[in-house]
Design a protein around this ligand. Sequence first.
Ligand SMILES: [Fe+2]
Length: 143
Amino acid sequence: MRRCSASRPARWSSTFNYKKYHWLTFGPHFRDLHLLFEEHGTRSSRSVDELAERALMIDGKPLADPSQYLPASLVPASQGERAVKQMVDEAIAAHDTVIKAMHDDADIATKARRHRHRRSLHAPGSKSTRSSGVPEEIARKEL
Ligand SMILES: [Fe+2]
């Protein structure tokens, strides 16, 4: 079974990376970038918390030990000194990684829902199905 990235701390490194960028940005756009990185870091942290708590609600167990979640993060931890453009580029790359993971998770969830739906159709007492196994009302909508 494939696991959703929601069960992985995809964004913890992003959160810490944003804090790094927030603290260490400089130059003529300091104020705007300083505030932007803080905003993204705060949102990232809230999102990680929400995903971890959702995982707990469905009997999952988020990685909670920092020694485990940082190495497992989908987004690599920023290392070393960075020029402002490098910080921005890293932040954009992290966004792309997280967005791709969210699309992959949506695909996994959609397939799981379809699989669960098909299984329920074949359960005793289920609604009638066509020979393809697709219920009439769904088959009509797919036309
Ligand atoms: Fe701050």
